[in-house]
Design a protein around this ligand. Structure first.
Ligand code: SD4
Length: 329
């Protein structure tokens, strides 16, 4: 599906999936951001709706944010029709599906995996790195071996239909073997942030990354401070889009630090987007979206280009929210 088509469908979906606003007046007044009391979970893109639903099952019973975000994004990893999260994701240039993920809790404990192959739930491996090792990040073969040792089953990838697409892409993109292009259709990473009823924040991020990337490429999603950052004293942020641009400004950390300095979540996301724009001479097709949630339940998002949306779930219901953006395509 082409990017524009996707965005159109995404917008149509917005109207349909709008159930009960968190606080009706507030959302309409603020347009794209707001504040809720009590637990809240937000996550990137439309697939965040299903992911939030599972995260909410944990939050609504007084469960911990860290368990909610892990459970939530596993939903997207489970969805084999998703081409940029989990084992159903697009492979790298050479046909390997390599997965990136990270997780962070209210105590600033964190875990990450990158370039992980043949494991269905990278987010849970990242959690195991956090819970059971003195390290923060494991990559490649080491990460896979760790996962197998901890009982995660080995699964096959790429899927048959993904392999077929890759073979076609290979035929049509011989030049990509010299210089890979940005895959404009690949924007489905899930980043999720949650605030639980104890007032604690956590976040998770998981992706198969840039479709047909160079072998060995790792994006922002498993990098604490880039794809995700949580500071329980302030707030949490996550990113989606072109990871290289996010890494250049330590994106999610930047958003949290801006909130520390008093910006609202939406203002902080916008300022991080402005910084990306200032540092790129060529913004063609460079989509990045940030999502932020502060410790008081204020939330917001902002993207470089039109089309970024996020799922919001509170005790008042669930909805898909269109983020503000800097420019149209
Ligand atoms: C990456 N940030 O690997 C990820 C891709 C993504 O929406 O978020 N797409 O660069």
């Amino acid at each position: 599906m082409r990017r524009r088509t996707f965005f159109k469908l995404g917008l149509a979906g917005t109207a349909l999936s709008f159930m009960k606003p968190a606080k009706a007046g507030e959302l309409i007044a603020n347009g794209f951001s707001g504040k809720v009391d009590g637990p809240i979970v937000i996550s990137t893109w439309k697939h965040g709706m299903a992911a939030n639903e599972n995260a909410w099952k944990v939050l609504k019973d007084g469960g911990k944010a860290i368990d909610a975000v892990e459970k939530g994004v596993r939903t997207t990893e489970d969805d084999l029709s998703n081409r940029s999260v989990g084992i159903g994701g697009r492979p790298d240039r050479d046909g390997h599906v390599t997965l990136d993920a990270c997780i962070m809790d209210e105590k600033s404990r964190c875990g990450a995996v990158a370039y992980l192959e043949h494991i269905k739930h990278p987010i849970s491996v990242a959690r195991a790195v956090m819970d059971y090792t003195p390290h923060v990040m494991l990559v490649g073969e080491g990460a896979k071996q760790f996962a197998l040792d901890y009982g995660f089953p080995k699964v096959k990838a790429p899927l048959k239909e993904v392999k077929k697409d890759w073979k076609e892409w290979k035929k049509e993109n011989k030049e990509a073997f010299e210089k890979p292009e940005i895959n404009h259709e690949n924007h489905d990473t899930i980043g999720m942030l949650a605030l639980d009823s104890d007032g604690n924040l956590s976040g998770a991020c998981t992706t198969s990354g840039w479709g047909y990337k160079l072998p060995g490429r790792v994006g922002d999603s498993p990098i604490i401070g880039a794809g995700l950052f949580v500071d329980n004293e302030v707030g949490a942020a996550c990113a989606t889009g072109l990871g290289e641009a996010v890494i250049r400004i330590a994106g999610s950390h930047t958003v949290v630090e801006l909130m520390r300095q008093g910006r609202t979540p939406e203002q902080a996301c916008k300022e991080a987007v402005d910084r990306i724009i200032a540092k790129h001479d060529d913004m063609t097709g460079l989509q990045v979206g940030f999502l932020a949630l502060d410790r008081n339940g204020n939330y917001g998002g902002y993207s470089t280009y039109y089309g970024f949306n996020y799922a919001l779930t509170t005790e008042n219901g669930a909805q898909l929210v269109d983020a503000k953006f800097d420019r149209n395509w």
